[in-house]
Ligand binder design. Structure first.
Ligand code: CA
Length: 389
């Protein structure tokens, strides 16, 4: 079996309303899908993390840099291909966009491997430790509105996410430490005392500001405080984890086993959030998962993107062993963005219908059981939303 083409599809549409987090506002939804074709007619799908113009630049890396390296290779040799691409781009890569690009290609190779074997990816990895995964809903994005409007909307949205059936709710912060504490108080009011919520700062704080917000959060008891400081600020992470009684989470902006080794050895994370579409694909995710568990750090995947990313993550969430085990072991969550995303809801011939599942099951989502990622993207739909550079 030989690889005959590696194609990128960058999709975009205008969101019904602008959304924001601590770093920027955005008005377009994009997705970067990767399709690997073979001489035996089997096609694999993957996805690269990275929105907007990043996706267009990554398309160039996928098609102009990676494709020529692997044309004619056996797609089942995915670890060989991973190291070939990594080694040949090392001087220009190691982290960031080359690794995001490799991630989408690698995921597509796993989809091919599953289709060839007639098995879902979680079976190729070693089986399902769980056949359904609880989901948390994130929303509560920043907008160009007053603090008072933010506070009222966050309380309402938090309650709405709970009503949709999600088992926890995640909010953004980023209006400054004092205002952010007010937003967190509003979300706690919105969900009530016994419902878990999480706070995502997208690395907008200095360590001292993160301590200010974190101390207020100790009262409000969120399940975790995500990316409080810059991903490079390993000292800040370690000090926050040692100094606060709440869980510190992060890792979505880390790449590969070497970056993750440093992050874990630094002891700054209570919960690891690897991004499979960014850190190097499923091949590298499995090594990072092992590293996390070797440090007894639980894993809750970062999930962002289209239905391809959601399906890949469901395969991986099924394959995470209990750590530690027990009658009622600690369980991961599926991260689910409750804001407008056609590429997650409408891309597949048979949609995953996460919102419908969550509503009818009280927050649980089934792991796809079809071969590979267990999904089939609709080509006409992809064509309709494809943008060119
Ligand atoms: Ca995040």
């Amino acid at each position: 079996m030989k690889i005959t083409a590696v194609k990128s599809h960058v999709l975009a549409y205008d969101l019904p309303e602008e959304l924001g987090y601590s770093q920027l506002y955005y008005a377009k939804r994009t997705a970067h899908l990767v399709e690997v074709e073979t001489d035996e007619g089997v096609t694999g799908w993957g996805e690269c993390f990275g929105p907007g113009n990043i996706a267009l630049a990554n398309k160039g890396i996928v098609e102009k840099v990676i494709q020529p390296m692997i044309l004619g290779d056996d797609p089942l040799d995915r670890d060989v291909i991973w190291h070939k691409v990594y080694n040949m781009t090392r001087d220009h890569g190691q982290k960031g966009m080359p690794i995001q690009s490799l991630s989408g290609v690698d995921i597509a190779l796993w989809d091919i491997a599953g289709k060839v074997a007639g098995l879902p990816v979680h079976k190729l990895i070693g089986g399902a430790h769980r056949r359904e995964v609880r989901a948390y809903g994130y929303g509560m994005m920043l907008k160009r509105e007053s603090l008072e409007d933010h506070i009222a909307r966050f309380a309402d949205e938090a309650a709405a996410i709970k009503d949709m059936g999600f088992t926890a709710a995640k909010m953004k912060v980023g209006l400054g430490p004092k205002n952010d504490v007010k937003l967190c108080q509003a979300v706690r009011r919105g969900v009530g005392d016994d419902f878990p919520f999480m706070v995502d700062a997208n690395h907008c704080y200095t360590t001292s500001d993160a301590f200010y917000v974190g101390r207020a959060l100790e009262e409000l008891e969120p399940y975790w405080f995500e990316e409080p400081v810059a991903p490079e600020d390993l000292d800040g992470y370690r000090e926050l984890r040692a100094g606060l009684s709440i869980n510190i989470s992060g890792g979505e902006a880390e790449f590969g086993r070497w970056g993750w080794r440093q992050l874990l050895e630094n002891r700054g994370l209570d919960i690891a959030q690897p991004e499979v579409c960014g850190l190097g694909g499923i091949t590298e995710y499995l090594r990072v998962l092992t590293l996390c568990h070797a440090h007894f750090t639980p894993v809750i995947n970062h999930v962002w993107g289209s239905a391809v990313s959601v399906a890949a993550n469901l395969q991986l969430l099924a394959a995470i062993p209990a750590m530690p085990g027990g009658l009622h072991p600690w369980q991961p969550y599926l991260e689910f963005d409750t804001t407008d995303n056609k590429f997650r809801d409408e891309l597949l011939k048979e949609p995953l219908d996460i919102q419908g599942q969550v509503k009818s099951t009280g927050g649980m989502v089934q792991v796809p059981t079809g071969a590979g990622l267990g999904i089939e993207p609709d080509r006409d739909y992809i064509e309709r939303f494809t943008v060119s550079e």
